[in-house]
Design a binder for this molecule. Structure first.
Ligand SMILES: [Zn+2]
Length: 240
């Protein structure tokens, strides 16, 4: 159900609401109590997600690899990047991928006030809809930091917060295709959500190459395991 209140009810039902960000940052806790937030979907599927684009230096390279493998993914966009490169945002959608809200800039929401947080979310959601013609369904905060204000803002904007179940640590200067593949694979299971980055605008320059190098091997491994790789929307709602 689009914008359904299930995740919000689960989150708000936590005994100490303000503790939610801290608890949600612990993967095991997320997986146990907040499977939707953890990105857990059908066991025969894996969701593939990219953060921090669109970026003309790197996003087209990821689009090429995904097209070659006939795989669609979810791109969590930054408003500041999309405003600079709107045509690239349209290319992502035209290639069949899902677009979602990462944030306006790449701020840690613990350092933004509640009003600014909600304004950032609304502004990014509106820009994505205006530029791509698609209304985003999902929201992933920078650094995975979900504050109370971000959760309430997402609820108001009918955005579903989603983090990830495994990542490649592809933003570090020492990351290589091998380290990204091994790190993702160690945490990957059927039903999981992979986090990679199609831009290094907030990371070590050129770090995206590690994710790009690992991507074909990761897709091959998912095929070998019998997992269908796709965007979050299909992960949650296979009929889409
Ligand atoms: Zn990010």
């Amino acid at each position: 159900m689009r914008g359904g209140p299930g995740w919000a009810a689960a989150t708000l039902a936590l005994p100490a609401f303000q503790a939610a960000p801290a608890l949600a940052a612990v993967p095991a806790v997320r997986a146990r109590f907040l499977p939707g937030l953890h990105g857990v979907g059908r066991p025969d599927r894996v969701a593939l997600t990219f953060d921090d684009g669109p970026d003309p230096e790197s996003t087209p390279r990821f689009l090429e690899v995904l097209a070659a493998h006939r795989v669609r993914a979810t791109f969590f966009l930054l408003g500041t990047m999309l405003r600079r490169w709107p045509e690239l945002g349209r290319q992502v959608v035209d290639a069949g991928h899902e677009v979602a809200v990462h944030g306006w800039a790449h701020d840690n929401l613990l350092l933004r006030g509640p009003v600014a947080t909600v304004r950032d979310l609304a502004r990014t959601r509106a820009l994505i809809a205006e530029v791509t013609g698609r209304t985003p369904r999902f929201f992933r905060p920078p650094y995975g930091v979900l504050t109370g204000a971000a959760l309430l803002g997402a609820l108001r904007l009918r955005l579903e917060p989603v983090l990830w179940s495994c990542w490649g640590r592809d933003w570090t200067p020492s990351a290589t295709g091998d380290t990204v593949y091994d790190t993702v694979r160690a945490g990957l299971a059927g039903g999981g959500t992979i986090l990679l980055h199609d831009s290094s605008c907030t990371a070590a320059p050129g770090a995206w190459r590690s994710a790009l190098t690992a991507l074909p091997r990761l897709l091959a491994e998912c095929r070998r395991q019998g997992w269908t790789v796709g965007p979050l929307g299909a992960h949650r709602d296979p009929a889409r």
